[in-house]
Design a protein around this ligand. Sequence first.
Ligand code: ATP
Ligand code: MG
Length: 402
Amino acid sequence: MNEAFLQASTIISTLEKDGHEAYIVGGSVRDHILNRDLGDIDIATSATPTQIQALFPKTIDVGAEHGTIIVVTDNDSYEVTTFRTEGSYSDNRRPDEVTFVKSLKEDLRRRDFTMNAIAMTKEGKILDPFCGTRDIEHKLIRTVGEASERFSEDALRMFRALRFSSQLSFSVHSKTLEAIQLDAHLMQHISVERKTVELEKLLIGQGMTQALSLLVESNLFLFLPLLADKKEELIKLSEFPLHTLTSREELWTTFVYMLKVEEVERFLTAWKLPKRLSKSVQEILHTIQQFQKQGWHQELVYRSGWNACLAAHHVLLLLELDKSNSYLDIKRLFEELPIYNLQDIAINGNDLVEWLEKKPGKWIAEVLQEIESELLQGNIENEAVVLKEWVRTWQQKLERNC
Ligand code: ATP
Ligand code: MG
C-alpha cells in the first residue's frame, strides 16, 4: 500500500480500536483506483469531533460544527470528518445545517459524484454503494442521485463536474450534462472565490479542450465573471495545451491575452485575484506587447526583469506567437546586461554633485537615467572614468544650449 495510505491506516486503526468505523474516502480513493498521484487523503468516521480530538495527541479544529478535525501525524496531516448528511439548502450553495449520522452509506450519498463517493478500508477493501468504480471504468462523471436536485443544493457541483472532466479526461454522463444545461443559471449564487479555484483547475487539466467546450455549450460560462461576451475566445483558447504553463501568473496572462480583455486590472479584480498576481500579469502582458513591437532587446529584458521575460516567453511559445525558441536569446541578453538597476552604475549621485559642483536635486536622477539609457544602448562603458568624461561632455553641451 502507498506510504501515505499507511499513515492514514494508523489513524483508522486508532479509531477502530476505540469502537468506531473509519475509512479513506473521496478524491484519494478515486485517484488510487485510477493509478494517479494522490492529493489529500481524507478520512470519514463514525466518531464525533470530540471523540476524534480525545483520541489523538495533536489535532486542529478546522470546523468541528461541520464534523471536520485535522489530525496531525509526524510527517503529515489528515482531515478526519464525522459521517454526516446535509440538511436542506435554501441558497444553492451550502446546507442550512449538517447532521452527524452513524452510517457510511449516508455520508457517501451526500457526496457530489459517484467516483467521489467510494470508501476504502485500511486493508484496501473498496466499499462502493453508488457504483463509482463502474463509472470510473467507463470514464464517466455522474452525480450521486438525481442531478438537478444535487445541483440545486450546491450549484458549484456543475462547475466541479467540468473541472473533473478536464483533470481526468472523463465524459459527463448525459443526464448530468442535461441538468447542467438546465440549471447553469444557479451558478450566480456561487461565490467568485469558489469559481476561481475550479476555473484554474479546469484550465490546466489534460482534457481542457473538451471541458471548455462543455463550459460554453452548457452556458455555464455566462455565469462566470466578465465572460458572458467571450464565447468565441473561449473556444479558441481551448486549442492550446495550457497544462504546459508553469505558474498561475502565466495561466492568467494567457487567459487574459486570448480573451482579448481590455481592462485587465478590472477583469482580474472581478475574479478576486490577489493584487500581486494581477500586477505580475500586467507586467508580463506589457512584456509581450513590447516583444511584439520590437522583438527581444536589451532594454526590454532590463526593464521587465528575468521573471517577467521568462513568463512572457512561455506564454508566447504556447500561443505560437514566437516561432523561434528565444530562450537562449533572452538568457544571453540578460547575462550581457551592463547593469541590472541604477545602483549598478559605476558612479553615483555624490560623484555628480562633486564633479558638477551643483546642489543636489531632481537633476541627479535625470542624469543617472540618461546614463542608464546610454549604457543599455551600448553607447558607453560602465566605468567611472568613461562616465566622468561623458558627464563632462554632457555638461558642456548643456551650457552651449543655454
Ligand atoms: P481534488 O483532487 O481536486 O482535491 P477531491 O475529490 O479530493 O479532488 P475535494 O474538493 O478535495 O475534491 O473534496 C473532497 C471530497 O469531498 C470529494 O471527493 C467529494 O466526495 C466531497 N465533496 C467536495 N466538494 C463537494 C461538493 N460541493 N458537494 C458534494 N461533495 C463534495
Ligand atoms: Mg481533495
